[in-house]
Each structure stands twice: as structure tokens, then as C-alpha cells.
Design a binder for this molecule. Structure first.
Ligand code: NAG
Ligand code: NAG
Ligand code: NAG
Ligand code: NAG
Length: 590
């Protein structure tokens, strides 16, 4: 059997019907990923019938990933001659295409197990096969079970360990679903309601509404944040959008979080009257829903503040679903139910992409299998190469929430970095609070990856901080890891309309859409000058630390410590990154 993963799904031709002879290569297994214990929060539920159908997604090794990365860094480096010359979908697809040797090796393996073309589909570097569970277990030398999540009705079909024939390790990067448990409801949205902060009334109070020309934010911004506060504080208030026909901002949503149209209208009437007619486009992925009777806090926050910042730049809200709770009696194939992979593969299949994305979800990095995390991070690199800027919230638990114990069987206390915040190809946004001066929001997630090495673009900034830190927190974090956040923005007391009423919402979930809104305006500015979009931001940002307001007060406690201090060293810190943006200064450097 031969197939190829060219740009479109190609009909599979030329199937060899040879009867397989015993080949020991296919039973010489090597572990791909394995947990030492059932991931926290999950428990064994049941063992499904062996004829249950499962769809496995195989991430094939990309033939020219190193080349893709060198393109990414060249087109994102403001000092490089190719700055801004992003690649098209066709060009990126050609780079991520697996080579013939990989396609043949995988093809032979599937054929050996009698899997025929009707069970296989291929797109870019991904191959999906739909097979009975017993066959999946043979292919991966594993056992699948149903696991249930404490405190929710979520049930998933997963394994604690999987293997591949040794000779395929160089050809297959990841197989999903296997050992990544954190899906949908267990994946954390990085926002929370703040009932202790009294919300503003829906009635416009003339006395506290600052004039649009105010150069300084109103005193009320010290506790309650509105688009007016943010636009004044970060200097975007005078900017006029001119490229709304070309520029788009995308908000990635998961977890059955629905953005509500009526709430957006109410929000705009109260907090951004010139945007009263604002709306957003909805993209539903993998059965993602759109229940307008069930507005989500996270979804409404993201939509109201990206529009609050960047109106009239059009917005797309992606509602990414997954399969319903696993039902062993059903003959419907179990969906791969992997939210990032579903979303990323959907957007990367589009010919044109929003120039700016924001995502406010994350997991502890240690709960994400290494092979899975690397595959997702590499997909995020493709977005940058194609000219999109990708923002992620840095997390809401400082240097780590809970008991901060490692899950490697040793139960050591360690700071807990978050993923995808720790992926070097995204711009990670931490949180601040108060005005005059703006200080750290103490939940602001920050730290050092155990998975991804420190990229060159932040080497100087981070070593400055590490030198000042000395041996404090020695052994609690990885000094050679990718450090985050990269930047920060306000993250407390956001006034959000939910179900027709105003509530105060906090979290780095508020910071990421705020920063993304500012980047969308910068993209508008670049496009208005006939320039490209900004694409992957970090090399540009780290080479212009002066365009940020350095945050020098506060720290991000967690894991029984006070966390990293922003006061330790001027400039970058693992609490608020380079600081909060000054749009006018950013405009001057882009
Ligand atoms: C903001 O609030 C802080 C703490 O509540 C207070 O110390 C500070 O003076 C306030 N700043 C302004 C500008 O009102
Ligand atoms: C909203 O749309 C209505 C109807 O098209 C129009 O009359 C009104 O001026 C618009 N409002 C704003 C703030 O643009
Ligand atoms: C680590 O903690 C788990 C429970 O979370 C426990 O089952 C295990 O025995 C502990 N291991 C060690 C080495 O303490
Ligand atoms: C520290 O990070 C590096 C990547 O920068 C990684 O190779 C190494 O395994 C990490 N160490 C630990 C103890 O996690």
C-alpha cells in the first residue's frame, strides 16, 4: 500500500494485497511515552469492548522542520533582510510534508497489520486511521481503558503508556489519543470571577466616565477595568483603524464556552459606545457548540475585550468541541478529542489566517506528554511562519498551584510551568493590576520550561534576571528552560457582561486578549503602510525592551514560596516579562 500526505486528501491508490509474512521489526517495540501513575484527577472507569472503533491521529515527522524554523526566525527578526516575508500555506505545507521514506515506513506498517485505504485519511503531516480498539492496542503495544474525571462527567479512552516499533520512532512524532489526559473540562481556562470587586452599573455614570482625550486613566481603573481604562493606559485611544477589510483577530475557545452576541451588544453600549454594532464571526470546529442561552465567562471576556480594544477590526470566535463522554456501546468512532490538535489543524488548513490570535487556556506542563507538547508547539511555529502573532495567557497560579509535586514518581516539590505558555513560539502574557503605578497581579503565571530550551531571542534578558536571582530557588526550576511570560497586561477587575449583568473578572485570561487587541491595532498600522503583518513577535519585542512599561513591584507566589520578584532586576522578569505595552512607542518601532 502506498499513500502520500500531499496538500489535499489524496485517494489511496495502488494497494498491494500481499499477504504479510512475519516481520520481527513490527514486534520490536520501544516506549514512546509512559506515565508512572494515573494522571491526577483521573481514575480507572472501565474496559471497553475490543471492537470499539477508535480514530488514531499519527503525527508524522516533518521532512524539513529545521528549515521551517530557520524561515520562522529570519522572517521574525527585525534586523534580517527577510523580515516580514512570511510563507504561504503552500510553502509551509511543503516544508512540513513527511519525506517518502517516512511515508513508506508508516505505510508498510499499517499494511502489515491489514489496515486498508478505507480506514486511512491523510492531510499535511497527519494521518488518521480508524480501527477497532484491539488493533490499536496491537499497533501501539498497549491497553486502552476508559478513565473518568473526578468532579465532572468527563470520560475518555486513554492509555497510560504506548510504544511504537523501534524503527518507526524516527518517523512518527506522536500518536493521539494516547497518554494526554487533560482534555476539555479538565483543561483550565485562565479566568475567574471576582465577586469581591464591586462591578460597575450598566447605567452610564457621567461622573466617573473619563473624557476620551484623557491622557491618564481614571482613578476608577485602579479597581475596575474597562476598555476605556486599557485604551488610555496603553495609549491606543487615539488610534483609528483603517484596515478592517484586511485585518482579523482570532479568539480560540474550548470547553463548551460560548461567546454571547446579546452580551457583546450590552457591553459595547455601556463600555464602548462606538462599537454598539460590533459582532463576531463564529467558526465551529469538531462539533463545537454555540448555545446562546449559556454565555461563558471566558468566552465573553475574550470577545468583549478583543473587540473593546481593537474595534472595528473583525473578530472570529472559534468554538472547538470534542466528543461527548465516551460511550462504550456506541459504534461511533471515538473522536481524538484533542482540543489543541483539532483547533490547530483546522486553522492551518485555511489559506488565509487572522493576523492575531489569543488563547486563554493551559495546563501544567508536566501533565502534557512530551511528544504531544512538542507536536503542538511545532504547529504553533507554523502559525508564526505564516505571519500570525499568537498570544497565550501565562496561567493564574504564580510559580505553581496545588502541592507542586512532580508526577515522575518522586513527588518532589518543583515550580510548575504551564503549557502552551512555555512553548517558545508563542507570546505569553502575564497579569498586572492597579494604575500609577501598575504592579504585579500576584496570580501571574511565570517560570521556566522543563521541556523547551531557552531560545536565543530571550537569552540576554533572562540571564540578566538569573544573575540577579543568584541561587535563590535553586533546584525548584530549570535555569536552561524557555522562560515566560514575555509581556504583561492588566488582569484584575475586568468589567464583563455575562447573561445581561456586569461582573468583575480576573486572570491572565484578561491580559492575553488585551495584549492581542493591541497587537491587532499594530497589525492594522503595519498594513496601512503597505507592510506585512507582524507574525511571530518575540524577537521584535525582546530587541525593543524600552517600548514597555517595566513593572517593578510585586511577585508571583506559589509552591509555598513568595515566587519570583519583579523588583529584583530592571527589565524582564518571570512575573510580567518585559512589562506592559505602550502602543505609541510600539508604533514607532514597527
Ligand atoms: C490604587 O490603589 C492602591 C491600593 O488600593 C492605593 O495605594 C493607590 O493609592 C491607588 N492609586 C490611585 C491612583 O488611586
Ligand atoms: C448601528 O447601526 C445602526 C443601523 O444601521 C445605525 O443607525 C447606527 O448609527 C449604528 N451605530 C453606531 C454606533 O455605529
Ligand atoms: C507519590 O504520591 C502518590 C500519590 O499522589 C503516591 O501514590 C506515591 O506513593 C508517592 N510516591 C512517593 C515516592 O512518595
Ligand atoms: C531542563 O530543561 C532542559 C531544556 O532546556 C531539558 O533538556 C532538561 O531535561 C530539563 N531538566 C529537567 C530536570 O527537567
Amino acid at each position: 500500500m502506498r499513500w502520500s500526505t500531499t496538500l489535499v486528501l489524496i485517494p489511496l491508490l495502488g494497494l498491494a494485497a500481499a499477504k504479510p509474512v512475519l516481520d520481527t521489526r513490527y514486534s520490536t517495540f520501544q516506549t514512546k511515552h509512559s506515565w508512572v501513575q494515573i494522571p491526577k484527577g483521573w481514575e480507572y472507569h472501565s474496559t471497553p469492548p475490543s471492537d470499539t472503533l477508535i480514530s488514531l491521529r499519527l503525527g508524522l515527522k516533518q521532512a524539513k522542520f529545521e528549515e521551517l524554523l530557520s524561515h520562522l526566525y529570519q522572517v521574525s527578526d527585525p534586523t534580517h533582510a527577510r523580515y516580514g516575508q512570511h510563507l504561504s500555506k503552500t510553502e509551509v505545507d511543503a516544508l512540513v510534508q513527511p519525506n517518502e521514506e517516512t511515508v513508506n515506513a508508516v505505510s508498510d506498517w499499517l499494511s502489515y497489520h491489514g489496515i486498508d485505504e478505507s480506514a486511512i485519511s491523510a492531510s499535511r503531516e497527519w494521518v488518521t486511521i480508524t480501527v477497532p480498539l484491539h488493533l490499536a492496542e496491537t499497533l501501539l503495544d498497549t491497553k486502552y481503558h476508559v478513565y473518568s474525571h473526578a468532579g465532572s462527567d468527563e470520560r475518555v479512552l486513554r492509555t497510560l503508556s504506548y510504544s511504537l516499533p523501534a524503527h518507526l520512532h524516527g518517523h512518527i512524532d506522536v500518536v493521539a489519543p494516547t497518554t494526554y489526559f487533560s482534555t476539555l473540562k479538565s483543561m483550565r481556562a485562565t479566568s475567574f470571577l471576582q465577586p469581591e470587586i464591586p462591578a460597575l452599573s450598566l447605567k452610564i455614570d457621567v461622573d466617573t466616565a473619563p473624557a476620551a482625550s484623557d491622557a491618564v486613566p481614571a482613578a476608577s481603573c485602579n479597581t475596575t477595568i474597562t476598555p476605556q481604562c486599557l485604551r488610555t493606559l496603553y495609549n491606543t485611544i487615539d488610534y483609528e483603524v483603517t484596515q478592517a477589510d484586511k485585518n482579523t483577530l482570532g479568539v480560540a475557545g474550548y470547553l463548551d464556552e460560548f461567546a454571547n452576541f446579546a452580551d457583546l451588544k450590552t457591553f459595547a453600549q455601556r463600555f464602548r459606545p462606538d462599537a454598539t454594532n460590533a459582532t463576531f464571526q463564529l467558526e465551529q470546529i469538531s462539533n463545537g457548540g454555540n448555545d446562546q442561552t449559556d454565555p461563558g465567562v471566558e468566552a465573553n471576556l475574550d470577545i468583549q475585550y478583543t473587540i473593546g480594544m481593537a474595534f472595528p477590526t473583525p473578530n472570529i470566535y472559534y468554538s472547538t468541541g470534542g466528543s461527548p463522554p465516551f460511550n462504550p456501546d456506541s459504534q461511533t468512532p471515538t473522536n481524538t478529542n484533542e482540543p489543541y490538535l483539532d483547533w490547530l489543524n483546522f486553522v492551518l488548513a485555511q489559506d488565509t489566517l487572522p493576523q492575531t490570535f489569543t488563547t486563554s487556556y493551559g495546563d501544567d506542563e508536566q501533565t502534557v506528554p512530551t511528544d504531544y507538547a512538542i507536536s503542538v508547539c511545532n504547529l504553533l511555529a507554523q502559525l508564526g511562519t505564516r505571519g500570525s502573532s499568537v498570544m497565550f495567557s501565562s496561567g493564574d497560579f504564580g510559580v505553581g498551584g496545588g502541592d507542586c509535586q512532580t508526577n515522575d514518581g518522586q513527588n518532589k516539590t518543583q515550580f510548575q510551568p504551564a503549557f502552551p505558555a512555555s512553548c517558545p513560539f508563542v507570546t505569553t502574557v502575564g497579569g498586572t493590576t492597579r494604575v500609577n503605578p501598575e504592579i504585579v497581579a500576584d496570580f501571574s503565571g511565570g517560570g521556566f520550561s522543563n521541556l523547551f530550551a531557552r531560545p536565543d531571542y530571550q537569552a540576554d534578558a533572562v540571564s540578566g534576571y538569573l544573575n540577579a536571582l543568584g541561587d535563590q530557588f535553586q533546584g525548584l526550576f530549570n535555569k536552561s528552560g524557555r522562560a515566560y511570560p514575555d509581556v504583561a497586561a492588566q488582569g484584575e477587575g475586568f468589567q464583563v457582561v455575562i447573561g445581561g449583568r456586569v461582573g468583575s473578572v480576573g486572570g491572565t485570561s484578561a491580559s492575553s486578549p488585551t495584549f492581542a487587541g493591541i497587537i491587532a491595532l499594530l497589525n492594522d498600522f503595519r498594513l496601512s503602510k503597505g507592510l506585512s503583518s507582524l507574525g511571530f513577535l518575540n524577537p521584535l519585542l525582546y530587541s525593543n525592551p524600552d517600548v514597555f512599561n517595566d513593572i517593578v513591584s510585586g511577585s508571583n507566589p506559589g509552591c509555598g514560596t513568595d515566587g519570583f520578584s519583579a523588583a529584583l532586576n530592571p527589565g524582564w522578569d518571570p512575573v510580567t516579562g518585559l512589562g506592559t505595552p505602550d502602543f505609541k512607542k510600539l508604533q514607532a518601532v514597527v
